[in-house]
Write a protein that binds this ligand. Structure first.
Ligand code: PAF
Length: 290
């Protein structure tokens, strides 16, 4: 497994693979890898000849009061895990100065997509997706993948990245991989590390809430408010949980749904704090027709 640190080296490497006729898959990550990331890598291996994993904690997607400085980092363990699962050809691990040569604070060109960023996490993390879209475009420009794999836990990010590719005519296929979960249903996340044992066990309410909500919709409940109320009730069963949002949005535009119209696909989503640790989860549901 090659470890590549500079933009120039990464470009040369990607050009060489492409010239030799290989398809390239990129799995962008912020490191501190867990089963969720490894499932993205496994998927990438089935979709392309050559797999690149990027590890970069992107400063521009963290708000001023968020956990950029404290975000967990362990590059050696990440590389060991990738070696162990095998099939990863290269790790791209640039310094911040490589992706933001003038400094992250001096970035002057941004990718934004206001409509899809309006609700869910975008409402509470106003600059977050601007940072994500911008860094992923940079990673695409440098790593030159044919395919890129993202987790569906971050469903709004996934939808925005599909829009990035469509809207800017990028020649990259975005793949969404279903959320990998711990045995109690909690979605894998690097931030789970911050939870105490009690919090970790109570955090299964996120999964319970979105699963119950999706089930209600598929069983014919047609009032979004009732579905949201059910998610709130389930989250409230965890005394350490503080709900940030519970929403039902359309599966394509991510706008809040006022009526569950037969045949449409919707997403039920929650964000919950355990102290300062923010966790998210979601599920898709198809509103039954008739
Ligand atoms: O999902 C993540 O880990 C990050 O948002 C990403 C896509 C690697 C961009 O920094």
């Amino acid at each position: 497994m090659d470890v590549i640190k500079t933009v120039r080296e990464m470009r040369v490497y990607a050009d060489k693979q492409r010239a030799e006729g290989r398809t390239l898959a990129l799995v962008p990550t912020m490191g501190y890898l867990h089963e969720g990331h490894l499932s993205l890598v496994q998927r990438a291996k089935t979709e392309a000849d050559h797999v690149i994993v990027s590890i970069f904690v992107n400063p521009t997607q963290f708000g001023p009061n968020e956990d950029f400085a404290a975000y967990p980092r362990d590059f050696e363990t990440d590389c060991r895990l990738l070696e162990e699962i095998g099939g990863v050809d290269a790790v791209f691990a640039p310094e911040a100065s490589a992706l933001y040569p003038e400094g992250a604070g001096a970035q002057r060109v941004w990718v934004i997509c206001p409509e899809l960023s309006e609700h869910l996490c975008g409402k509470y993390r106003p600059e977050h997706f601007k940072g994500v879209l911008t860094v992923v475009l940079k990673l695409f420009a440098v790593c030159k993948p044919h395919i890129s794999v993202f987790g569906l836990k971050d469903v709004q990010q996934y939808m925005l990245l599909r829009q990035l590719v469509r809207g800017l005519l990028l020649d990259v296929r975005i793949i969404g991989e279903p959320t990998a979960r711990e045995s109690n249903g909690l979605a894998y996340s690097s931030r789970n590390e911050y939870l105490t044992a009690d919090e970790r066990s109570q955090a299964s309410v996120l999964w319970k809430a979105v699963t119950a909500a999706a089930g209600m919709i598929e069983d014919g409940e047609d009032r979004p408010d009732t579905v949201v109320e059910e998610m709130r009730t389930i989250i409230a069963q965890a005394p350490l949980a503080n709900l940030q949002y519970a929403e039902v949005v359309t599966g394509d535009t991510l706008q809040p749904v006022t009526k569950l119209v037969p045949g449409i696909e919707v997403i039920v989503a929650v964000a919950v704090y355990f102290r300062c640790v923010r966790l998210i989860d979601n599920a898709f549901a198809l509103v039954p027709s008739g």
